[in-house]
Design a protein around this ligand. Structure first.
Ligand code: ZN
Length: 284
């Protein structure tokens, strides 16, 4: 059965002003719109939150702990890159340096601690800021830091060989067993992240954007695939404050028999399938 996992990167720090935005944008406004929509549609999703953003909006996030439709995970403390990326895009090359191992360890553990102290919960998932080609297949040193921090599922494989997008839908979830971390599951972010696709379509062109993501739905429905779909707090409400993109995505996908799910439950399912039992390691 084809499925979509909606993962939002929640990362705004302080007030943001984008030249192409016709409406105010903040994490608080996103959280209000997203909660309303996901509850109305009974649509599950996951928020991957930067520690700094979490601290700025604590009361709102506290109220979401244990929410049946909204799962909480992390996106490092201040949005550091786990790996260096060299983006080759339309004849240009753009370099963004990855953080040191010390910095990664500090930021990931600091955010884990905020989840414990402020939300009273263990954080099990992480999205790597920007995303990387091949995820962390070539970085067992980083995987070790994440595994020791208690992370079980990742979204880091989010770029193609040009450190750009789209990423093929055939890039389906996989364990980092070869690297020595058989319980760490990667969910590649396929297709386009909304940041690039919104820009490519034109920030005002909501209809054109929706037309493009419907092609993705058709593709995964035909191939019976899992789509790890990525939006951001800010992009989700830029020129679309009621989040009509997600509404249309949900309706269109459900009409085609595509289900929506969350990372932790799919993680459990993959572990069970692998082990041939129903162990619930995520909560162990
Ligand atoms: Zn991000």
């Amino acid at each position: 059965m084809a499925r979509i996992l909606i993962g939002y990167d929640v990362e705004i720090r302080g007030p943001w002003k984008k030249a192409f935005s016709r409406n105010p944008v903040s994490t608080a406004l996103f959280l209000e719109a997203a909660k309303k929509l996901h509850e109305e549609l009974s649509l599950p999703c996951t928020f991957f939150i930067c520690g700094a953003t979490l601290e700025e909006n604590l009361p709102i996030f506290r109220a979401l702990v244990g929410h049946p439709l909204i799962e909480l995970a992390q996106h490092t403390y201040s949005h550091i890159l786990l790996k260096t990326i060299v983006i080759e895009k339309e004849g240009t090359t753009d370099l963004h340096l990855g953080a040191s191992l010390e910095q990664i360890e500090e930021e990931v553990n600091r955010t884990q601690e905020i989840f414990r102290q402020e939300l009273g919960m263990e954080c099990r998932g992480l999205t790597g800021p920007w995303g990387y080609y091949r995820g962390l297949k070539d970085r067992p040193d980083i995987l070790e830091i994440l595994a020791e921090a208690g992370i079980k599922f990742l979204r880091t494989d989010a770029r193609n060989e040009k450190d750009y997008q789209p990423v093929p839908f055939e890039n389906q979830p996989y364990f980092y067993a070869l690297q020595g971390f058989p319980d760490l599951l990667e969910f590649p972010v396929q297709g386009w992240q909304d940041t690039y696709l919104r820009e490519n379509c034109g920030w005002d062109n909501i209809v054109g954007f929706i037309r493009e993501i419907k092609k993705g739905v058709d593709y995964i429905a035909r191939g019976d695939l899992i789509w790890d779909y990525c939006q951001h707090d800010w992009t989700s409400i830029v020129n679309d404050p009621q989040m009509s993109i997600i509404r249309e995505l949900a309706v269109y996908a459900q009409e085609r028999g595509v289900k929506f799910d969350q990372y932790s439950s799919v993680y459990e399912e993959f572990i069970s399938k692998r082990d041939g039992d129903t162990s619930e390691r995520l909560n162990a």
